[in-house]
Design a protein around this ligand. Structure first.
Ligand SMILES: [Fe+2]
Length: 374
């Protein structure tokens, strides 16, 4: 803790500990808070009052807070929350501000390692952003394939170093719209190819195009590539030793991925139809024990974020719709509003442009909205 700032990592660790004595106070306005917040935080909306300098009203709102807890104030980018923390200290509270606010909260990862016969899957859960990335590690060689890397590439480098593994492949299932890919930057750093379907990107930078029905093999691990269009035209899923499916945005635990991004209304309807065909072709060929690893999550509390196909079928309404027209209607009738920066982020990812971390974090602010329904 420095200058009355607390790092996102320290807050995460404190929340996960049994001795948690922190009270998280989110000062953003009600609508912003209800759209996206840290679980367990309390909303005391004084952000606008701080901007207008109405300090008497601010104190009235804050004086209801308990005095026996460390108050961590939160706003979108960690500016006004510093003012709130300062006012609280003046009022006799112990208070610090979450460094970089919700933007900083997006930097946090929880890591889970799941064991299969010949390989392990390491799931990196970006808890604020709802993004998932993966290392698939072959046990016989300690070689690994990295899927869906976020821009915080140090997370994967640290894991590689600490666990004595060697990343050999860097892969995106498709060009994402909700977050910046760290794939290009990490591939350059490790002198590897950045792999993605050529349908997904502008051919203006160096990448290796993945093709459906290809196989990636290392040690005793065989990764079968399956074309799974719908969310995007060039989406690819990866079936590992017939036991685990990394499916990108095809199947999130909440719902299939939205088919409308960067598409017109007609294209969206067509995309939903393609999604139906993809699922109809794919699912009967998979064992019910196949573990489904999505690339995002919205509301689910399941950790790690994974489900067997059997459980997913039992829990997912759209997977049980057999009529194509009904499925299209289900998928397209309640798609969430597209967050403002999705178009920009996708353009950068398609062009393979590496942008400064701080700018990327700024554009990524907000909840995950990749599911067709929340
Ligand atoms: Fe996506």
């Amino acid at each position: 803790m420095d200058n009355f700032l607390i790092s996102p990592k320290e807050v995460k660790e404190q929340l996960n500990s049994t001795a948690n004595g922190y009270l998280l106070v989110d000062i953003r306005e009600k609508n912003e808070y209800s759209d996206w917040n840290i679980k367990g935080s309390l909303n005391v909306p004084v952000n606008d009052l701080i901007s207008s300098g109405d300090f008497a009203s601010i104190k009235k709102h804050l004086e209801r807070l308990p005095k026996d807890r460390m108050i961590v104030t939160i706003c979108a980018r960690g500016i006004n929350s510093q003012v709130a923390a300062s006012i609280l200290r003046e009022m006799g509270y112990n208070s610090v501000s979450l460094d970089k606010g919700m933007k900083g909260w997006n930097e946090n990862f929880d890591i889970y390692r799941l064991h299969f016969d010949d390989f392990d899957v390491v799931q990196f859960v970006r808890i604020g952003k709802g993004c998932l990335s993966y290392l698939v590690i072959d046990k016989s060689t300690d070689q690994a394939a990295l899927f869906e890397p976020a821009i915080f590439i140090g997370e994967y480098e640290d894991y590689q170093r600490a666990n004595g593994i060697h990343i050999k492949y860097i892969i995106d299932t498709h060009a994402h719209a909700d977050h910046f890919s760290g794939g290009m930057e990490l591939a350059r750093k490790l002198n590897l190819d950045y792999c993605i379907s050529e349908i997904e990107v502008d051919k203006v930078f160096s990448f290796k195009s993945l093709k459906a029905a290809d196989e990636i093999a290392f040690g005793k691990t065989r990764i079968h590539l399956i074309s799974t269009p719908g969310h995007t035209d060039g989406s690819i899923s990866f079936l590992i030793n017939n036991k685990a499916l990394l499916c990108g945005d095809l199947l999130l635990l909440e719902s299939p991925g939205r088919p409308d991004l960067a598409r017109t209304k007609e294209e969206t309807t067509k995309g939903a139809g393609i999604l139906f065909d993809t699922l109809k072709n794919l699912l009967p060929g998979l064992s019910d024990d196949t573990m489904i690893f999505p690339s995002h999550f919205t509301n689910t509390d399941i950790r790690p974020v994974v489900m067997s196909l059997k459980d997913l079928k039992a829990n997912s309404e759209p997977l049980n719709i057999t009529d194509k027209r009904e499925f299209i209607n289900y998928i397209t009738s309640n798609i969430p509003v597209t967050p403002p920066n999705y178009e920009t982020i996708k353009k950068f990812n398609k062009a393979g442009v590496i942008i400064p971390l701080d700018y990327a974090e700024d554009l990524e602010i907000g909840p995950n909205r990749c599911a067709a329904r929340n």
